[in-house]
Design a protein around this ligand. Structure first.
Ligand code: KG4
Ligand code: ZN
Length: 346
């Protein structure tokens, strides 16, 4: 039995969890700062780092207490080292390095997006690579071939805004608080998705890539023009039209990539995987194409410690180790993350 303590602090959630053999989660603790950042309309990096500093020790301690374990029962400490807000990542990586040094346990560096993908292993015990995964979050949107538990090829990516970013920016002009994705989702349930015809921007010469800035600008212009003319828009139907457009863009590229690269299983991950429209549209397209479809429960779509503890297990058994010189990185492509610049193992 292998128990991994996973620590996540890449954005505005301080999280810790313990996995057993990768697939079972013993405990999952999250200290969210979302309410605090709401008043600024987005995550303030300096504030996020300070809150992580305050929350990290109680969060990790609480995870161990809830599992009824001590550090001596843990086989390795896994931590998100990239990508994310640098000051936020540094809190998690520094804390994990201290914990590893003090306990003599191995330190395992985990890529945040690999963690999002791994949330599917917790939810679907029989899911194994190879499969295709659409990873859509606040900072990234990409189509990833998961060829093994630690082997990825990025097939498509966004050229500008991430899907979650487009949700949040459109949510703002619709009058919703940050992060707005979930509010758009709720409003969309009450609206008519055919009421507003929005653009579906394509990236020339790149069938599997995304561009969301034109769609975002179209929504913002629609709202501003209506305000200037004193017209009232149907907010629920605007949310529904926007959501249906994003779902259609994400789904069409993902299905095309699965067909072209020969994957018959398709997974969804990242904060935007919580979106009702994206989940149902991609599932329907997978059913139609005869592909297996996998998505985590909504509780595992956003940033959490379980996904790091789960991927940490697969990275641990693959031999990934970090030393005291592990650095946090604001950017790091998933398919370059096989050999993290993390120095020598102790
Ligand atoms: O993965 P995540 O928690 O953090 C990052 O790694 O970025 O993703 C956060 C993003 C935000 O943009 C948030 O608005 C979006 O996920 N999100 C949603 C929903 N729930 C969260 N977007 C659309 N519909 C939702 N239900
Ligand atoms: Zn994330």
């Amino acid at each position: 039995m292998t128990r991994i303590l996973g620590i996540e602090s890449s954005c505005d959630e301080t999280a810790a969890a313990i996995s057993v053999d990768g697939r079972t989660i013993l405990c999952d603790v999250i200290a969210s700062q979302a309410e605090e950042h709401k008043k600024f309309g987005g995550v303030v990096p300096e504030v996020a780092s300070r809150r992580h500093c305050e929350n990290i020790l109680p969060t990790v301690k609480s995870a161990l207490d809830r599992a009824g374990l001590t550090l001596s029962d843990i086989d390795a400490i896994a931590v998100t080292y990239a990508p994310g807000l640098i000051g936020a990542l540094l809190v998690g990586t520094s804390f994990a390095k201290g914990l590893a040094a003090a306990s003599g346990k191995p330190l395992v560096p985990v890529h945040h997006h690999a963690g999002h993908i791994a949330s599917n292993y917790i939810a679907h015990k029989t899911l194994e690579p190879p499969f295709l995964c659409l990873v859509a979050s606040g900072g990234h949107t990409m189509i990833v071939g998961v060829d093994d538990y630690t082997k990825y090829r990025v097939i498509g990516r966004t050229h500008d805004d991430a899907a979650g970013e487009a949700f949040d920016k459109c949510a703002r002009v619709m009058g919703f608080p940050y992060p707005g994705g979930v509010y758009v989702d709720r409003a969309a349930a009450k609206g008519d998705p055919t009421m507003y015809r929005l653009p579906r921007p394509a990236v020339e010469g790149s069938e599997y890539d995304f561009s969301f800035s034109g769609l975002k600008t179209a929504v913002i212009n629609l709202v501003h023009n209506a305000a200037q003319k004193g017209e009232t828009l149907d907010n629920d139907s605007l949310a529904a039209s926007f959501q249906a457009t994003v779902a259609e863009i994400l789904t069409s590229r993902t299905i095309a990539a699965a067909k072209a690269f020969g994957y018959d299983k398709v997974a969804l991950a990242g904060g935007v995987a919580a979106n009702t429209g994206v989940r149902t549209t991609l599932k329907a397209a997978c059913d139609k194409a005869g592909f297996g479809f996998y998505v985590p429960p909504v509780s595992l779509c956003g940033d959490n410690g379980s996904m790091i503890a789960c991927q940490g297990y697969y990275d641990f058994i693959a031999g990934k180790r970090a030393g005291a010189d592990l650095n946090a990185l604001a950017t790091m492509p998933l398919d370059s993350a096989m050999q993290p610049p993390c120095g020598s193992a102790p």
